[in-house]
Design a protein around this ligand. Structure first.
Ligand code: PLP
Length: 444
């Protein structure tokens, strides 16, 4: 064994990534002194950048007081305060927060809460969930079954529940037909969703699951105007719940605390994570409407689910401070203005680029999609792994961005996702776009 061999089971079993030894605002610092501009906040995680003094201080205060107490014995001050901050004002009727360790756990909890709700109200036949093909809901088996990412699902397909089916995503760039208006596109998707309810039997469907702005699988894809209102209307008609996955697009990333605020609907159950704790601690949450929790309280009295690190005090203290900083520094306004700037700069740099087919997103959640042919929207051959070349060149040039490959069936192409910290400056935005431009041109 060579002295440098890593015992950490990394994502790649062939390469050990360089070590990060420090962080400073939007910058990550490697062991060799390299400074990398964190233009995607990892994967839309580091919303306050790195080493924010207020969060570090709140964490050390909490760690010196109480790091952990099992939730079967105790609640804690930071857990109560965080839940109050998230749902004390009952946004969209969401009145309770179930505090977990990450996004996949939040989705698992949401799926199980929906299922248990229907059992408790005397509708145990509701066991089907409808999701969308371009989606990612996490890597645990329930979340993976909900997601539509073919590559991630494939090896585990025999282990995935058949309770999940998938409809066409609201991905206008690839799915809207030539000559079809946006309104007609929405009507077609709504009709397909309705038909899926009919196929399964509307009385058998527990919930529809979707990301309001699709993140990793397709690259910052917002739905066309009216889509989520149509979805909500269909689910209400058939008595099914709406579960929104805002693990990536939530907690201010698109300019409002919740991305659904821009859709004119609210979910019954919502998953959040990433920007909730900003990466300072692993934390996620499932938010649930009062009517769901009240029904279970009046029934069995207990949510039949749980993890050891539920409502971890240190994680809650970190997330609470992250959210307080966002409010105190009015960072959502900044996300809106800086997001508009990022979009404008991307359009200036890539709007006429022969291999950039689409520039899309909301707030500080923007992506470019690369295509072999703009006119036909034909993606590059996924075997070229263009996204990996872009990532490598960008990293060498001091830029951390989040590229992903296209699908084998061509229903989405290589794309690069940007999700800079909310504390970024206009100069940072300029540097991100310049360095990305060099990486894209260098990779093609
Ligand atoms: N849902 C969405 C939309 C995500 O983007 C992710 C992670 O990227 C997850 C769920 C899973 O979250 P985690 O990786 O924290 O388990």
């Amino acid at each position: 064994m060579s002295a440098s061999k890593s015992r950490v089971l990394h994502r790649s079993l062939r390469e050990t990534p360089p070590r990060a030894i420090g962080g400073e605002g939007v910058w990550l610092i490697g062991g060799d002194g390299r400074r990398v501009l964190d233009a995607s906040g990892g994967a839309a995680v580091s919303c306050l950048g790195h080493q924010h003094p207020r969060v570090i201080e709140a964490m050390s205060r909490q760690a010196s007081q109480l790091a952990y107490a099992h939730t079967s014995f105790f609640s804690s001050e930071p857990a109560e305060a965080l839940a109050e901050k998230l749902v004390g004002h009952e946004p969209g009727g969401l009145a309770y927060a179930y505090l977990v360790s990450g996004g996949s756990e939040a989705i698992e909890a949401g799926i199980k809460l929906a299922r248990q709700f229907f059992i408790e109200i005397g509708q145990p036949q509701r066991r089907h969930f409808i999701a969308r093909r371009q989606s990612y809901h996490g890597n645990t088996l329930g979340a993976l079954a909900a997601g539509g990412n073919a590559w991630r699902r494939e090896p585990y397909a025999p282990l995935l529940s058949q309770a999940f089916s998938h409809v066409t995503p609201a991905f206008a760039y690839h799915e809207k037909r030539d000559g079809e208006s946006e309104a007609d596109f929405v009507s077609r998707l709504a009709a397909e969703l309705d038909a899926e309810f009919q196929r399964l039997g509307p009385e058998n469907v527990a919930a529809f699951i979707a990301e309001p702005v699709v993140g990793a699988t397709a690259g910052c894809v917002p739905a066309p105007e009216g889509y989520f209102r149509a979805v909500r209307e269909i689910c209400d008609r058939y008595g099914a719940l709406v579960i929104l996955d805002e693990v990536m697009c939530g907690m201010g990333r698109t300019g409002t605390r919740h991305a659904w605020e821009q859709e004119g609907i609210a979910p019954d159950i919502q998953a959040i994570a990433k920007g909730l704790g900003g990466g300072y601690q692993p934390i996620g949450a499932m938010l649930a409407s009062g009517r769901i929790v009240d029904a279970i309280r009046d029934g069995s009295g207990a949510f039949q689910h749980g993890h050891t690190y539920l409502a971890h005090p240190l994680a809650c203290a970190a997330a609470l401070e992250v959210q307080r900083v966002i409010d105190d520094e009015q960072l959502l306004d900044r996300v809106k203005s800086l997001g508009a700037e990022l979009e404008r700069r991307l359009i200036e740099r890539f709007g006429n680029h022969r291999h950039v087919g689409d520039i899309r997103g909301r707030g500080l959640f923007q992506a470019i999609e690369l295509v072999a042919d703009r006119a036909t929207r034909t993606p590059f051959d996924p075997a070229l792994k263009l996204h990996q070349r872009i990532k490598a060149i960008a990293f060498e040039g001091g830029l951390g961005c989040y590229p992903a490959g296209g699908t084998a069936d061509g229903s989405s192409g290589d794309h690069v996702l940007l999700a800079p910290p909310y504390i970024a400056t206009s100069d940072d935005i300029d540097m991100i776009v310049d360095r990305l431009g060099q990486a894209v041109d260098g990779a093609l």
